[in-house]
Design a binder for this molecule. Structure first.
Ligand SMILES: NC(=O)c1ccc[n+]([C@@H]2O[C@H](COP(=O)([O-])OP(=O)(O)OC[C@H]3O[C@@H](n4cnc5c(N)ncnc54)[C@H](O)[C@@H]3O)[C@@H](O)[C@H]2O)c1
Length: 433
C-alpha cells in the first residue's frame, strides 16, 4: 500500500483533498495543482466554495487568474460535500486553531475536520495535519479518532504533521521558497508526506509528529519573544532620549550574532499572538511554567497603550486633551500590505482612543470597515486623504506601502509614527516610538 501510494504521489496522479481554503489552504491548493496533482478544496464556507469554482480569489497572495486556469483545466475545484473525502489519496488539514478567551487552545476545528475524515477513512490514505497546534495533537487527538475506525496507522493508513510557514504578502519568500518540515507517525508516514511537499519545495524531515509541531511553536515563540524584547528596548530608548530605530539599524551592521527585530504598536495576526500560548498551555499540563512566553505576551499587549500615551503627550505639547480631539489612524490591518485584521493592534489602539473620548477616523486602502470584537463600535475607512489638517494627530499604526507619506507629512499637524514609516525624515511634527 505504501509503495503504491508513493508511486502515485511521485507520478502526481494522486488526488489531494485540502480541508480549509483560507490563508493557508488556498495557496497550498494552487501550488499543488500547478504541480499536476488533482486538488479538491473541502471548505465549510459556501462563499469560498463559490468563489473558487467561479475562478475568483479572496486571498491577497493568490491570483484569480491562477485559480481560473486551474479550475477550467479541472486541476482544482472546491466543495462543501465531505463525502468525496474517500476519493482522496491524501488529505491535508488546514483549519483554524484560535485561542479561547481563557487563552487556552481551541482545537475544535481540528476535531471537526478529523470527524469528517474518520467517516470516510479508507485503506491507503495519507492524512497530514498542517494547522499550528501544541506538541502531541496529531498523536494524542487525531490518531485515536482515526484508529477508532478499526484501521491502523502505518498498516492501513498514514499520518503526519507538517507546519505551514506561509508569511502573507512576503514577496521574497513565498510558499515555494520556504522549506517544509515533516514529521510522521512512522517512517513511511514521513516519507509519503515528504514526497507530497518535495513536489514544490525543499523538505526537512524530523523524527516525530511532536517534533514537527514543536518546530512551528519554536519559530513563532522566537518571534514573539524577540519582538517583546525590542518593544521593551523602545521603551528604554524613550527614557534615555534615544532613537530606537537608529540603535537597531546600527546593531544590525554586525554580520553575526544579531538579527534585527523592530518595535511597533503590538503584535497581530492569526499566529504570533496565539501560537506561543499553545505551547505554554501544553507545558502547564506538565507542571512547567514558561516564563518567557508569558512575559512576551504581557509586554507586547501593552504596546497599544504606549502608542496612545504618545498621542496624549503629542496633544499635551499643543495644550490639548485626548477628549474630543480628532485622530486619524493609518492602517487597520495587522501588518503592511495585507487586508487581514485578525488580532490587529490597530483595533486596540482605536478602542483605547475611543474610550478616552477621541473622535477616531482611520484610513486603510485594504480594509473598508472595522469593528471591535464585542461589536461595541464599527468604523469605515475614510475614502481619500483630503483635508488631513483637520485631524489633531495622525498615527501610523500599519505602514502600508501605498500610502502617500509625503502628503501625510505635508498636511498633518502632528504624526505619531509607530512603524518608522518616516525613516530618514527630519521634522518636528514627527513623534516616533
Ligand atoms: N495565516 C497565516 O499566515 C498562517 C501561517 C502559518 C500557519 N497558519 C496556521 O494554519 C492554520 C489555518 O490558518 P488560516 O490562516 O488559513 O485560517 P483561515 O481561517 O484563513 O482558514 C481556515 C479555513 O478553514 C475552514 N474550515 C473550518 N472548519 C473546517 C472544516 N471542519 N472543514 C473544512 N474547512 C473548515 C474555514 O471556513 C476557513 O476558510 C491555523 O492553524 C493557523 O495558525 C496560518
Amino acid at each position: 500500500m505504501y509503495k503504491q501510494l508513493l508511486e502515485k504521489i511521485s507520478a502526481r496522479t494522486s488526488k489531494i483533498g485540502i480541508m480549509g481554503q483560507g490563508y493557508v489552504g488556498l495557496p497550498l491548493s494552487v501550488e499543488l495543482s500547478k504541480k499536476g496533482f488533482g486538488i479538491t478544496g473541502f471548505e465549510v464556507d459556501e462563499y469560498k466554495v463559490k468563489m473558487i469554482n467561479s475562478g475568483q480569489s479572496y486571498v491577497g497572495d493568490v491570483s484569480a487568474d491562477d485559480i481560473k486556469e486551474l479550475v477550467s483545466n479541472k486541476q482544482f475545484n472546491a466543495t462543501a460535500d465531505f463525502e468525496n473525502l474517500s476519493e482522496m489519496d491524501v488529505v491535508i488539514i488546514c483549519v483554524p486553531t484560535p485561542l479561547r478567551k481563557s487563552k487556552n487552545p481551541d482545537v475544535s476545528y481540528i476535531i471537526e475536520a478529523s470527524k469528517s475524515i474518520k467517516k470516510t477513512l479508507r485503506k491507503g490514505q495519507l492524512i497530514i495535519l498542517e494547522s499550528t497546534t501544541y506538541p502531541g495533537t496529531t498523536d494524542e487527538l487525531v490518531l485515536p479518532m482515526l484508529e477508532d475506525t478499526g484501521l491502523n496507522v502505518s498498516v492501513d493508513f498514514f499520518l503526519a504533521f507538517s507546519p505551514e510557514r506561509i508569511d502573507p504578502s512576503n514577496k521574497k519568500f513565498g510558499i515555494k521558497d520556504t522549506p517544509k518540515v515533516v514529521g510522521g507517525l512512522c517512517k513511511k508516514c514521513t516519507e509519503l508526506a515528504a514526497a507530497v511537499y518535495s513536489s514544490f519545495t525543499k523538505v526537512h524531515k524530523v523524527s516525530s509528529t511532536q517534533a514537527a509541531e514543536m518546530v512551528k511553536l519554536l519559530e513563532n515563540t522566537f518571534r514573539a519573544v524577540n519582538i517583546a524584547l525590542v518593544n521593551e528596548v523602545a521603551l528604554m530608548c524613550d527614557k534615555l532620549g534615544l532613537n530606537v530605530w537608529e540603535i537597531i539599524e546600527a546593531a544590525a551592521t554586525k554580520p553575526f550574532g544579531f538579527m534585527p527585530f523592530y518595535p511597533g504598536p503590538g503584535i497581530g495576526g492569526h499566529c504570533i499572538p496565539s501560537d506561543p500560548h499553545y505551547l505554554s498551555w501544553k507545558l502547564k499540563t506538565l507542571n512547567f511554567y514558561s516564563r518567557f512566553i508569558e512575559l512576551a505576551g504581557e509586554l507586547n499587549s501593552k504596546m497599544p497603550e504606549y502608542v496612545v500615551a504618545k498621542v496624549a503627550d503629542a496633544l499635551n505639547s499643543k495644550a490639548k486633551a485626548l477628549k474630543n480631539s480628532k485622530v486619524l489612524v493609518f492602517g487597520a490591518a495587522y501588518k503592511k500590505d495585507i487586508a487581514d485584521i485578525r488580532e490587529s493592534p490597530a483595533i486596540d489602539v482605536m478602542n483605547l482612543l475611543l474610550e478616552k473620548g477621541v473622535r477616531v477616523s482611520y484610513y486603510d486602502p485594504y480594509v473598508p470597515v472595522v469593528q471591535n470584537c464585542s461589536c461595541r463600535w464599527a468604523l469605515s475607512s475614510i475614502k481619500n486623504l483630503v483635508g488631513l489638517n483637520k485631524y489633531d494627530v495622525a498615527v501610523v499604526v500599519t505602514d502600508h506601502t501605498n500610502i502617500d507619506y509625503k502628503k501625510v507629512l505635508k498636511e498633518s499637524n502632528i504624526i505619531v509614527d509607530a512603524r518608522n514609516a518616516f525613516k530618514n525624515t527630519k521634522s518636528n511634527k514627527i513623534v516616533r516610538i
